[in-house]
Design a binder for this molecule. Structure first.
Ligand code: HEM
Length: 486
């Protein structure tokens, strides 16, 4: 980044010459330090990592101003040399710089995952919820995280590639993709990649096969997996809608987007979509263990609306409390608490500041979802905050994105958000309908469950709970919901 003598960045924590605030950034859970700083420096501040300026947006209002209303200036991604040049070699839609290729890929993704079209995936999501409940019933000794992993991976997988449900006990083709994506997530955060901070390292890596052997292997293995599944994608027309891979394959040749880049796009969508959805499922169970009164109220709503039949999307409008739980899980424990970094596309002004091109812009979702202007007692898990006096979902406050701040902002806003919120709605409704959640004897108390930092996502460490069937004939009732195997 060239020094910009006109830059006038918002004030923030003082740092060292040249190195800036690098030693003040913890190696894990960066969002907690950002939150502390936001209390001291207010709704917008900046810090510096080895010469790289980073602006942080801590309130729904500043995020709305900068990332939504000034989105033409704030929707780029950081240069991310390690991620873009060495690991993905320019084929990662999350890391692509704003430009024609990124726009075309986003459009092709949006055509499949837009709010109207994702309704075509609803019957598949209902089927996946039934498979999850059946699996929990049949295999109580398989870890909860594995059941959640299967369900979220299978939904995203089928929306991207078509095909049949993933098997709980079979070979899991998604596990390796996740291991590979954990590595790339790390390099997307400030201060985590040496070659991004110190240019001489780039030249060293570029010129030494030996130094970059892991990065090269990472790229080749990812490409191999992504191409394999992309070319094997089944037409999801059985679901009534094409899957994302089919739509990508229809992009006109003259766009110059190679087959490998198309395969990479689906692969990257998988890694962006699976982990986030599974994380929200884990936080949901924790919330239910911590707040049995919420679980009981939700079950009373389900009993009144769907009774002894498995919930479906048809009842969604009559299940506002379940919808409020989905919103509250996404607010209380956002799966990606510091968002995904944006970057300034050019020099621009905001509120008397001048933010130069290339500045990283962090969408501090954690602080925004604790913004007292929007949410009183923000640490409390209270789904009723989203309901009016008649028990209906209230319109969201200004700049709250209808109370979905967890999906980011502006032109980079999560393209999978409607698929994800539908997955969470039907999964939460089905789990609450089928089971009473109880802390397991000898397990950690729910408030003692630790956190795991996956660098973009932060999730609860694996924990166990007893899921006690609410109906003695649950298995038979599931049969009425369809004939699904685990
Ligand atoms: C609970 C589930 C999910 C959460 C909390 C979540 C959250 C986010 C967030 C915070 C961002 C960054 C937005 C920004 O830069 O402003 C993002 C981006 C993205 N998400 Fe999601 N996401 C979820 C599910 C999904 C799913 C299911 C998919 C795909 C099937 C997906 C695909 C993507 C992609 C491709 C991007 C990058 C967009 C771009 O750079 O243009 N996400 N997501």
């Amino acid at each position: 980044l060239r020094p910009n003598r006109y830059a006038k960045l918002p004030p923030g924590p003082p740092g060292l010459p040249l190195l800036g605030n690098i030693f003040q950034l913890p190696s894990n859970f960066m969002y907690l330090r950002l939150h502390e700083w936001s209390k001291q420096y207010g709704p917008i501040f900046s810090f510096n990592v080895g010469g790289q300026s980073v602006v942080v947006l801590n309130s729904a209002k500043t995020a709305g101003d900068v990332l939504d209303r000034l989105s033409a200036h704030s929707s780029n991604r950081p240069a991310w040399i390690k991620l873009n040049q060495f690991l993905s070699r320019g084929k990662n839609v999350v890391g692509l710089q704003q430009g024609e290729t990124w726009r075309r890929l986003r459009k092709a993704i949006h055509e499949v995952l837009n709010i109207r079209n994702v309704n075509g995936f609803r019957s598949m999501q209902e089927e996946e919820a039934t498979i999850m409940i059946r699996g929990l019933l049949a295999y109580p000794n398989v870890k909860l995280v594995k059941h959640f992993h299967r369900a979220s991976a299978s939904i995203v997988w089928r929306a991207l590639y078509g095909g049949v449900p993933l098997d709980l006990n079979g070979r899991d083709p998604t596990e390796r993709v996740e291991e590979l994506s954990a590595y790339i997530f790390r390099s997307a955060l400030p201060g985590k990649s040496l070659m991004d901070m110190f240019p001489p390292f780039r030249h060293l890596y570029a010129n030494s096969k030996w130094l970059r052997r892991y990065l090269d292997e990472w790229h080749l293995e990812s490409t191999d997996i992504f191409e394999g599944v992309y070319h094997g994608a089944k037409d999801a027309s059985a679901l009534g809608v094409p899957c994302v891979s089919n739509n990508l394959s229809r992009l006109p040749e003259e766009y110059g987007i190679s087959e490998t880049a198309r395969a990479w796009t689906s692969g990257v969508l998988f890694s962006a979509g699976q982990d986030t959805t599974a994380t929200s499922l884990r936080f949901f169970v924790l919330a239910m263990l911590l707040h049995p009164e919420v679980m009981r109220q939700a079950q009373a709503e389900l009993d009144a609306v769907v009774g002894d039949r498995m919930p479906t999307f048809d009842g969604k409008d009559r299940l506002p409390y379940i919808s409020a739980i989905v919103k509250e899980v996404a607010r209380w424990r956002p799966a990606a608490p510091a968002g995904v970094p944006h970057a300034a596309a050019d020099d621009f002004e905001y509120d008397g500041y001048v933010i130069p091109r290339g500045t990283w812009i962090l969408d501090n979702i954690w602080s925004q979802t604790r913004d007292p202007a929007l949410y009183d007692d923000p640490e409390e898990f209270r789904p009723s905050r989203f309901l009016d006096s008649e028990g209906r979902i209230k319109p969201g406050a200004p700049d709250s994105h209808d109370d979905w701040l967890g999906f980011g902002h502006g032109r980079r806003i999560c393209p999978g958000r409607d698929l994800a919120t539908n997955s969470l709605f039907i999964a939460f409704a089905s789990l609450l309908w089928a089971f009473e959640f109880r802390s397991r004897e000898g397990e950690l108390a729910p408030h003692d469950v630790g956190l795991v930092d996956n660098f973009i996502t932060v999730q609860p460490a694996p924990f166990e709970a007893d899921l006690v069937p609410r109906f003695t004939d649950l298995g038979i009732r599931l049969d009425h919901a369809g004939t699904h195997s685990v």
